[in-house]
Design a protein. Structure first.
Length: 419
């Protein structure tokens, strides 16, 4: 048995969409496309009709490429609409003495933590076990099989603002589709940019977008912390627009074609760039452009370091992976590397399943694949929702596994508890 999974990653400038065939053996038959977006700015829907038309256009384009009739989609949720918080709950395990902690105990305490952390104005997108306490001993990563009198859970909740989730769902419905699920962009992208070896130790994933930066910190493959910084590549664009006195659209073009972050003294002082505005060419010193871009880039990277060090020191980090359109600015990665004092790698599609389907595609040449990282990551997240792993439960979604496996686990649990 197989079906098709469709995902959509939308931002202020573009929408990417992908569809792949899903079966018990994995994903296959991948198709993808990208088109400009309308009706959304800085992660907020500002024109529902225009946004719906953009969704309809990109999915019709995807239908033309794949021949797959799409009915429902999984989407990302933009960072400005995300709330990250911890929720704790505690349950008794035995009236007297101790008992062994079973899978149902873990599910029960996590459910209680989810209920306590729920808010009528928020939609829970991900619920991720952070740690457990067994008889007040904190920092237990896996309490199964331990004896205890009580069990406490610390759950990391990633929530979306209900008003935005409802507006997004309505826009998708107006386009003629159903919204089946959501995921935080950074969580989705991490699914395809980390290979198994990178999941060892402490890994930091930075998705530096136009409006916001998502920072995710992993320890031995487990998500430990999420930070959302209200800073991104548009800060460089707006500073250029202000300094050179040109429109933001023109400043973005200048940033892409003539700016870099680094040693500006290597540019001849009298070298100029001609900027056309209102049919008049205005000369601007290229060194001035680069000085503005360099200063703002250093500010963004310093902000990333300060935010990171609220949780861990740079010396504890084994791997830093950076993604997002902003890192395409010449010299950005080198600046981030210098300020952090640790090597920074540009994100690559390393998930074997996705990379295997992209063999022979020209998307892997240059940096074109960068635009699709979140969209492909959403495919992996959606697949885990629809085909939960054999261990019974997806940590980010709470989707239960096969009922026969759960029944077998329950029998084993009863045996261990009483015998």
């Amino acid at each position: 048995m197989s079906n098709y999974i469709c995902t959509m990653d939308f931002g202020s400038s573009k929408i990417t969409a992908a569809v792949a065939k899903a079966g018990r053996k994995g994903l296959s038959d991948l198709h993808f496309t990208m088109m400009p977006s309308r009706g959304i700015e800085k992660g907020m829907i500002v024109d529902s009709a225009a946004f719906s038309n953009s969704i309809r256009a990109v999915l019709r384009n995807l239908l033309g490429k794949s021949g797959v009739k799409i009915r429902n989609i999984y989407t990302n949720i933009p960072a400005p609409n995300v709330i990250v918080k911890h929720s704790r709950a505690i349950i008794p395990l035995a009236e007297r003495g101790n008992k062994v902690v079973t899978p149902s105990d873990v599910m029960r305490v996590n459910h209680q933590a989810k209920v306590l952390g729920a808010n009528l104005e928020e939609e829970i997108i991900h619920r991720i076990p952070y740690s457990y306490s067994v008889d007040s001993k904190e920092g237990v990563l896996n309490p199964l099989g331990l004896y205890s009198h009580k069990l406490e859970s610390d759950l990391l909740l990633v929530c979306g603002r209900m008003s935005f989730v409802q507006s997004l769902s309505r826009a998708v419905n107006q386009a003629g589709y159903e919204m089946k699920g959501m995921a935080l962009s950074g969580i989705a992208a991490a699914e395809v940019v980390f290979d198994p070896l990178m999941r060892e130790g402490t890994c930091v994933f930075c998705d530096v977008g136009s409006d916001n930066t998502e920072m995710l910190i992993f320890r031995n493959g487990s998500l430990r912390h999420i930070e959302i910084l209200p800073t991104g590549g548009d800060d460089v664009t707006m500073e250029l627009a202000k300094s050179v006195d040109i429109p933001a659209v023109l400043a973005e073009d200048i940033k892409i074609t003539h700016a870099f972050a680094g040693d500006c003294s290597r540019i001849e002082e009298d070298k100029e760039v001609l900027i056309k505005r209102n049919n008049i060419y205005k000369p601007v010193k290229q060194r001035q452009i680069c000085e503005v871009a360099t200063a703002k880039t250093r500010e963004i990277c310093t902000n990333i370091r300060r935010t990171m060090e609220r949780t861990i020191t740079c010396g504890e980090v084994d791997t830093v992976i950076a993604a997002g359109r902003t890192i395409a600015l010449d010299g950005f990665l080198e600046t981030l590397e210098t300020i952090l004092g640790i090597p920074v790698r540009q994100a690559r599609i390393l998930n074997p399943g996705i990379a295997g389907m992209l063999k022979g595609e020209d998307i892997l040449s240059g940096q074109k694949y960068m635009a699709y990282i979140t969209c492909f990551g959403l495919l992996r997240v959606a697949y885990s929702y629809e085909y939960p792993s054999d261990n019974g439960q997806n940590p980010a979604s709470g989707v239960p596994g096969n009922w026969m496996r759960r029944a077998s686990a329950k029998i084993k649990e009863i045996y261990e508890e009483y015998f």
